[in-house]
Write a protein that binds this ligand. Structure first.
Ligand code: KG4
Ligand code: ZN
Length: 358
């Protein structure tokens, strides 16, 4: 089973060809740098850039894999959630190829791509506990099977990556903020600034980053003569210390709620072993190490995709396509992309009208 996967839901135009032996035959990722000057992704610029580059990315991916389009068994594309202009570009490319090659089309929930990525790169068994932390999402889920998710908790305001990006923006560190905050934190004192850990005592697995972000803003304002963060006078060490204190606080919040979730997961699935972190923020080594420690203490096996497969990529979409195709799941060519697409409402369709013959 060989599947082509296309990702275009945010600011990466990406494609990959992956088979059911877990081999990545070819992959290509183009990260749009146009957004850097705006401090965030501009949807219309993103959509235009996907449109401009999608054909070259696909050609390059086939070239790297050294296979002909006719050798592909199915074509998968991230069909939501995400910026709809970009999603439509990837989905249209996938549908066109599916039609021209007479192969099945598979609509992938972008979050399922992140959720299943660790099964490609590590030996992760269903059911597993998943912390999904990206720029747009922050959820704790039990992944029971392809398309079968139980959400234990979610952010009630900002996503984790969004909080990293907003704090980085306040500190003038540019976009995306996560990698810069992590880098600055290496030379920072994580205990210098006292920051809140929102929802610590809520008793559930929900998260909140808005208050944490506001607390950082207040600290930055206190370094400004007129309470305007644009005029704050911060030296490199001050910035590093804010970054490290924020990174620790955000990680503490995630770790605390994961511990709660582990207790629920254990109760429901006493024989399950795996805990996974994925999504862009999972590229953060400090967070990975803290989660690894917790997993070891709890006697669970910790896995995370390699850092390059944490942020958006085509490999995770192709792999989710492989998992779906192996179950005979595909989608009709009139599938409508879904800008909003919660994971725990996605019931997989049995092989039928458009079913893949594996
Ligand atoms: O999964 P992703 O590439 O796109 C979405 O689906 O949202 O995640 C992007 C997010 C951004 O918010 C970025 O700042 C964050 O992941 N990120 C990180 C790191 N690398 C990327 N956050 C913290 N530490 C990192 N090293
Ligand atoms: Zn993503």
């Amino acid at each position: 089973m060989i599947v082509l996967g296309i990702e275009s839901s945010c600011d990466e135009t990406a494609a990959a060809i992956v088979n059911d032996k877990k081999e990545i035959l070819g992959e290509c990722v183009l990260t749009q740098i146009e957004h850097k000057t705006y401090g965030g992704v501009v949807p219309e610029i993103a959509a235009r850039s996907h449109l401009e580059h999608i054909e070259d990315i696909l050609e390059e991916t086939f070239k790297k894999a050294n296979i002909a389009p006719s050798e592909i068994d199915a074509i998968a594309a991230a069909a939501g959630p995400g910026l709809i202009g970009g999603v439509v570009v990837g989905v249209m490319a996938a549908k066109s190829l599916a039609l021209a090659l007479n192969k099945p089309f598979i609509a992938i929930n972008h979050l399922e791509g992140h959720a299943l990525a660790a099964r490609l790169t590590s030996n992760v068994q269903y059911p597993y506990l998943l912390l999904l932390v990206s720029g747009g999402h922050c959820q704790i889920l039990i992944v029971k099977d392809v398309g079968d998710f139980e959400r234990l908790g979610t952010t009630i305001d900002d996503a984790a990556g969004e909080a990293f990006d907003k704090v980085a923006k306040m500190l003038g560190l540019g976009y995306p903020g996560g990698p810069m905050i992590e880098k600055m934190s290496e030379i920072g004192n994580e205990n210098r600034f006292v920051l809140p850990r929102p929802l610590q005592h809520s008793g559930d697995c929900n998260l909140s980053f808005s208050g944490l972000k506001t607390a950082v803003r207040k600290i930055i304002e206190s370094y400004s003569p007129d309470n305007n963060i644009e005029h704050a006078i911060l030296n490199k060490q001050d910035i590093a210390d804010i970054c490290a204190s924020f990174q620790k606080a955000a990680t503490d919040c995630l770790v605390h709620k994961i511990q709660k979730a582990i207790a629920i997961f254990r109760h429901k699935y006493p024989n399950a072993n795996d805990i996974v972190v994925s999504g862009g923020v999972a590229a953060n080594t400090y967070l990975r190490n803290r989660l690894k420690q917790i997993a070891e203490t709890e006697g669970l096996k910790f896995s995370a995709p390699p850092i390059r497969f944490c942020t958006d990529n085509g490999v995770m979409i192709a792999w989710a396509g492989v998992e779906r195709a192996l179950k005979g799941i595909s989608d009709p060519l009139d599938f409508k992309p879904r800008p909003r697409w919660p994971l725990d409402t996605d019931a997989p369709k049995a092989a039928g009208a458009g079913g893949v013959k594996a």
